[in-house]
Design a protein around this ligand. Structure first.
Ligand code: NAP
Length: 310
């Protein structure tokens, strides 16, 4: 059994920021991630609103955060999923696919996963034309006609990224206006190869080996029709990766987000949460970073300065 001061579950923006502050506070810090370190920001084509970086690819920003964290001395175990947790006592136990660990504090920064539209054919063609990540799969569709579903910031960044790769980007949005940031909406309007279908939803994704068409329905008239497309990028938001936390007694809200107070405390003493897995209303890299920092400093107070706790 390995002993650590703090174990951070999830090596995205929140977890890596927590790692930087935990290690600089002198805490023996282990970060576990079931995937490669970096988190979902790695999938963002460009990040244009993280202070200090006027424009940077999500992959590069994630790489910079991971390197920074490792350089300071945090131990990061990639590709090591957590299977089981016991969080109730003063000593927390964490079992992974590789080992068992003990820690005085645990921070959940497990992020979120892509939401599915639930259309017929979506699961069947996943990886064969259905994608949830423009930057990962967009280059496979150079010069092709692609479709993006959604109207938020994720959809907008993907639309703009794909407009530079695909011959045409068809956007399907269920309402008649985007909820994405104003600047991105204006940029989308200026792209000649982007065509937006308002009040439209996908009924079915079709193909043979690969996607070759979708059936869309106009939700104001009820009329449906087929469109020939080579790929469908689903960008309708995310859902929290909180199942493990919930199963270990951490309270979540009605949507599954971990409930936190202003100092990132969960309902369990010594257990904190940060980033997209929490019920914080803003889901941005900047807010995830701030939440991670707060969680690490609160873990420090819990472990080293318990008499400060109010
Ligand atoms: P989001 O803001 O929740 O937008 C989801 C979009 O998908 C909405 O337009 C929604 O339509 C649509 N949608 C939801 N369920 C659907 C369904 N079943 N079928 C069809 N359409 C559906 O999610 P997001 O764009 O992933 O953004 C999540 C958070 O990350 C936000 O806080 C966002 O600001 C942030 N983010 C920021 C950036 C950035 O560059 N600043 C980039 C990516 C994400 P309605 O509009 O009708 O609800």
């Amino acid at each position: 059994m390995e002993n650590w001061d703090v174990i951070i579950i999830g090596a995205g923006s929140a977890g890596l920021s927590a790692g930087i502050y935990a290690i600089r506070s002198g805490l023996k810090t282990l970060i576990l991630d079931e995937k490669l370190a970096g988190g979902t920001i790695s999938d963002a084509p460009t990040v244009v609103n993280y202070p200090g970086f006027a424009e940077i690819s999500g992959g590069e920003l994630a790489e910079k955060m991971t390197t920074h964290c490792r350089k300071l001395g945090a131990t990061i175990h990639d590709l090591e999923p957590v299977n089981e947790l016991d969080l109730m006592g003063d000593t927390k136990t964490i079992k992974t696919t590789r080992a068992s660990y003990e820690a005085k504090a645990v921070i959940f920064s497990t992020g979120s996963h892509y939401r599915e539209i639930g259309a017929k054919g979506e699961k069947e063609f996943r990886g064969r034309g259905v994608s949830y990540c423009g930057v990962c799969d967009g280059p496979f569709f150079k010069g092709k006609r692609v479709l993006v579903v959604g109207g938020g910031n994720s959809a907008a960044t993907t639309i703009l990224y794909l407009s530079g790769i695909a011959s045409e980007v068809v956007v399907v949005h269920r309402r008649n206006s985007f909820r994405a940031e104003h600047t991105m909406v204006a940029e989308i309007a200026s792209k000649p190869n982007v065509k937006v279908l308002w009040n439209t939803e996908i009924q079915e994704i079709k193909g043979n080996k690969q996607v070759n068409a979708v059936t869309v329905i106009d939700n104001t008239t009820g009329q449906s029709r087929d469109l020939a497309v080579d790929a469908v990028f689903v960008q309708i938001g995310e859902a929290p990766n909180s199942q493990l936390a919930k199963a270990s007694g951490v309270e979540t809200d009605e949507h599954g987000y971990i409930k936190i107070d202003i100092r990132q405390h969960t309902n369990i003493l010594g257990v904190y949460a940060a980033g997209d897995v929490t019920n914080h209303p803003v889901k941005q890299v900047g807010t995830a970073v701030g939440q991670g920092i707060t969680a690490a400093l609160e873990a420090y107070v819990h472990i080293r300065r318990p008499y400060y706790r109010k």
